[in-house]
Design a protein around this ligand. Structure first.
Ligand SMILES: Nc1ncnc2c1ncn2[C@@H]1O[C@H](COP(=O)(O)OP(=O)(O)OP(=O)(O)O)[C@@H](O)[C@H]1O
Ligand SMILES: [Mg+2]
Length: 494
């Protein structure tokens, strides 16, 4: 008998069906990949499983027990844990406090048994081979450590099934490998995983079986060893995926952005020139400084020394507003923390940057905005029902597209894209590459920071490889190669 059997699940929002009679079956001790394009219904099904959404129809059997409409707490007690796409930790609490939140160990007078909690944490981390100090604040952890902390937290309370919703969007290859070392060890203890990811290589490396959804419908399931990335992808998108090389060398214009021996928090002496129409890729291991360079150009962190020149003029960027006024836009790396404004609607989220820039205008032209919204929605294939609904009603990938639109609306000439394809599905990724190339063709200057080398191979004219805050290698388009970049970014080139 499988560990989990979900059958005939239906769910609609405002009369629109997002899950139509879908099934999912997970065996004990396996990694089961749940696959589908943005908005296919993966996270919704998981929210139903964990009790944070009610299903309209269907049955769930877990560990031999029928699960009726249950609360999040009850599901947790039964052994199902959700490691969210957007991590749910309290940055202002310590690591051990996060693990024990709402489940604190107390003495008989009600006082907290801190020492016991810390030592139990240490014991668990040791067993899992996780190198985190229980006594530090969560805000000081790297994303990969936060991920491991969430998993540890679930295991601490004896989860039998862990849902990993896009756990690797901000992890580098080594961190992903470490994560799956832990997952593989846990599999041997009979723990199962539902693994949601848009990255084919890691699905084929780490998953045992798969289920595919398309537009809220069940399409197929089976063993990973019996299928191929091409087959899975075409089932996800419902047609053959054309993987044509869309890159073309273009004539570039004048220098638009120049960094001259720029140093700032996390990087040193970075120099390069970016021309009108040029796409420059930036890559390296997590923490290599490339993301910090973007933050400095956008006025989030101050420079320490060196110069930033825009269109030949040296400018001192001491605020985001100043960067925006100089025609610079940044799509930041961590969507939940830096892009999502949860209290605002889709439309408001899309226009907020533009409004900030034109704050002197007296009123907002709603009709015009709605018209432009429709245009962008089509151009970026954003799956959304009503632009007045909360941004949180969109799937992760579709939110990301709204934020791309947000920055395109500012008409900036210099676009900084930090990890632009986070949570974006294969089909949409191809659209985004095309969009980036089209933007470059229309005269924008674009920097793309990513850990995914195939992305750079598709779009970058030039690629800067970072190691410990410095550019250690500049590669021309034809030289961009996964292996080469790995060597430079780990400084193992002799
Ligand atoms: N609270 C809600 N109100 C209205 N629509 C919703 C709500 N939550 C989800 N949806 C819609 O349900 C559909 C499925 O979304 P879901 O988040 O499950 O997709 P997903 O497969 O996880 O996609 P992604 O890969 O982008 O994360 C989407 O069209 C989304 O807009
Ligand atoms: Mg999702």
């Amino acid at each position: 008998m499988p560990l989990l059997q979900m059958q005939g699940i239906c769910k609609s929002f405002n009369g629109i069906s997002v899950l139509d009679n879908v099934s999912l079956q997970v065996k004990t001790g396996e990694v089961h990949a749940l696959l589908g394009e943005n908005g296919a219904g993966k996270s919704t099904l998981m929210n139903i499983l964990t009790g944070s959404l009610r299903r309209d129809k269907g049955s769930i059997v877990f560990n031999g027990e029928h699960i009726e409409d249950n609360s999040i707490k009850q599901t947790e007690e039964k052994g199902i844990a959700f490691v969210h796409q957007e991590l749910n930790l309290f940055n202002d609490l310590k690591v051990f406090e996060n693990i024990f939140i709402n489940k604190e160990l107390t003495g008989f007078l009600g006082h907290l048994r801190k020492r016991d909690m810390i030592s139990q944490c240490k014991e668990l981390f040791l067993k899992l081979n996780v190198n985190i100090d229980p006594n530090v604040y969560v805000s000081s952890l790297k994303t990969s450590e936060k991920q491991l902390l969430e998993i540890s937290k679930a295991l601490f309370f004896k989860a039998k099934l862990l849902i990993l919703d896009e756990p690797t969007t901000s992890l580098n290859q080594d961190e992903v490998a470490h994560l799956f070392e832990i997952v593989n060890a846990l599999k041997k203890d009979g723990i199962s995983f539902i693994f949601i990811s848009h990255k084919m290589p890691e699905i084929f490396e780490y998953a045992d079986s798969y289920t595919i959804f398309r537009n809220g419908q069940y399409i197929d399931s089976g063993a990973i060893k019996d299928t191929s990335p091409l087959e899975v992808t075409s089932k996800m998108v419902g047609k053959e995926q054309n993987n044509l090389n869309i890159y073309k060398k273009r004539d570039l214009g004048e220098v638009v952005l120049e960094l001259d021996h720029l140093s700032g928090m996390g990087f040193n002496e970075v120099s390069f020139k970016a021309r009108r129409g040029e796409i420059i890729g930036m890559t390296g291991l997590q923490g290599c400084g490339s993301s910090e360079v973007m933050q400095c150009i956008f006025g989030i962190n101050p420079k320490i020394s060196g110069d930033i020149r825009v269109k030949g003029k040296s400018i001192f960027i001491d605020s985001i507003h100043k960067a925006m006024r100089n025609g610079i836009a940044l799509l930041p790396a961590n969507r939940k923390e830096n892009s999502v404004i949860p209290d605002l609607s889709i439309l408001e989220n899309m226009y907020i940057a533009e409004h900030t820039l034109s704050a002197s205008k007296f009123h907002i032209q709603k009709d015009l905005e709605l018209k432009r919204y429709q245009k962008q929605k089509n151009a970026l294939s954003i799956k959304a029902q009503d632009p007045k609904m909360s941004i949180l009603s969109l799937s992760g990938g579709n939110q990301q597209k709204v934020f791309i639109a947000r920055w395109l609306n500012t008409n900036a000439d210099i676009l900084l894209f930090d990890n632009p394809n986070q949570g974006i599905d294969v089909g949409a990724k191809a659209e985004i590459y095309k969009l980036i190339l089209d933007l470059a063709k229309s005269g924008k200057t674009i920097l793309v920071n990513t850990l995914e080398i195939p992305e750079l191979q598709k779009v970058a004219d030039l690629c800067l490889v970072f190691f410990k805050g410095k550019v250690v290698k500049v590669l021309e388009h034809d030289e961009i190669d996964e292996h080469k970049i790995m060597m430079y970014s780990t400084n193992s080139m002799s």
